[in-house]
Design a protein around this ligand. Structure first.
Ligand code: NAD
Ligand code: TYD
Length: 365
């Protein structure tokens, strides 16, 4: 039985990971530590709130005393570290929070793990600090460059990716210097249920339903490599169970798409959904998908400063060493995602009107 501390578990990927873990490892203890920033949503944890081993703590990973107490109280043997500021556009507007959480916060967790596992008499038998990172640390690829491997030199371009790169280096250094048992995974762009609608795919879905413009940055030809979020959770599970300590594993699904092609695909799938289900016309009267015209919302806008042109993950290492294979194709994953947003309108409405944070506001009223 494992005792996991999952940081950032009320966010998009963390919550999906917690759901996945509770289903596949029901005997394990799952302690979520989350500061509930704008990206944290208590409703994301509704599916596990009655799960036997689940506990939620509202707190900040930079609070060293709190993290030390939780490590002792729960005899944590596994940290899965998701908590981060994660949106590139926000990092361009205000980098400070990214340095605070992604760099200082990660370092606070590393110190706590070192204290609990290396400098203590009652350390768990085989502890593990798993750091969740991104392919964006490797920089930007040209059209014919080979995909990122675990040995691609770091070349982060945005304040977000630079802060994640810094955290990756700290994790590596704590292993090299102190022998902390760490693993790191660098994953490509995720999509799926509970995705905060400031990121491309959920923003497209919600804006089509509301009849709002679909902003395409620059020429729309930037390329991202997309992975269904549950396939990311599966990859992390493999690294936790079979990954070699001190190693880095890239996780991806070999699924490169130009942004404009994703925009057109989501438009087409929503047009089809409206054609098949007349009740959507009543629920979303402003959506041009009702007239088979979601693409009429496409609006080219000014490019993101420093916009990385292409990301692509080479996942051979995790595939050959740990037997990893994504289970969703883009076709099945994107349909599941659209279906989830159609079936969970109250979730995204609460995000759009801000009421998803009522619980946090009440706490500080
Ligand atoms: P997210 O923004 O949806 O969620 C981040 C969560 O962390 C939120 O619940 C937030 O409240 C919490 N948090 C932020 N600051 C905190 C702090 N100081 N203390 C405690 N909790 C705090 O992010 P996400 O998309 O789920 O990403 C999760 C992790 O995966 C991040 O580390 C990110 O860098 C990495 N990642 C994301 C992607 C992607 O496509 N989204 C791809 C690869 C890697
Ligand atoms: P995003 O979802 O923010 O992820 P990341 O920047 O971490 O890759 O953006 C994905 C791609 O979509 C990226 O190339 C920027 C682009 N994009 C748009 O064209 N319009 C938008 O409104 C958003 C949010 C992103």
């Amino acid at each position: 039985m494992r005792k996991l501390l999952v940081t950032g578990g009320a966010g998009f990927i963390g919550a999906n990971f917690v759901h996945y873990w509770a289903r596949h490892h029901p005997a394990d203890r799952l302690l979520v530590l989350d500061a509930l920033t704008y990206a944290g949503n208590p409703a994301n944890l509704d599916p596990v709130k009655d799960h036997a081993g689940f506990r939620f703590v509202h707190g900040d990973i930079r609070d060293g005393a709190l993290v030390d107490r939780l490590m002792r109280e729960e005899a944590i043997d596994t940290i899965v570290h998701f908590a981060a500021e994660s949106h590139v556009d926000r990092s361009i507007l205000g980098p400070d929070a990214f340095i605070e959480t992604n760099v200082i916060g990660t370092h606070t967790l590393l110190k706590a793990a070192r204290k609990a596992w290396l400098d203590s008499d009652d350390a768990p038998a085989s502890p593990r600090f798993h750091h969740v990172s991104t392919d964006e640390v490797y920089g930007s690829l040209g059209p014919t460059d080979p995909a990122f491997t675990e040995t691609t030199p770091y070349a982060p371009n945005s304040p977000y990716s630079a802060s994640k790169a810094a955290s990756d280096h700290l994790v590596r250094a704590y292993h090299h210097t102190y022998g902390l048992p760490v693993t790191t995974s660098n994953c490509s762009n995720n999509y799926g249920p509970y995705h905060f609608p400031e990121k491309l795919i959920p923003l497209l879905i919600v804006n089509i339903l509301e009849g709002k413009p679909l902003p395409v940055y620059g020429d729309g030809m930037n390329i991202r490599d997309w992975l269904y979020v549950e396939d990311h959770a599966r990859g992390i599970e493999l690294v936790l169970n079979q990954g070699r300590v001190g190693e880095v594993y890239n996780i991806g699904g070999n699924n490169e798409w130009a942004n404009i092609d994703i925009v057109k695909l989501v438009c087409q799938l929503l047009d089809e959904a409206f054609a098949h289900d007349p009740s959507l016309h009543q629920r979303f009267p402003r959506s041009p998908a009702a007239q088979n015209q979601a693409a009429s919302l496409i609006t080219y806008v000014k490019d993101r400063p420093g916009h990385d042109r292409r990301y692509a993950i080479d996942a051979h290492k995790i595939m050959s060493e740990l037997g990893y294979a994504p289970q969703e194709s883009f076709e099945t994953g994107i349909r599941k995602t659209i279906d989830w947003f159609l079936a969970n309108e109250p979730w995204w409405r609460a995000v759009m009107d801000g009421s998803y944070q009522d619980w946090v506001k009440q706490q500080y009223a």
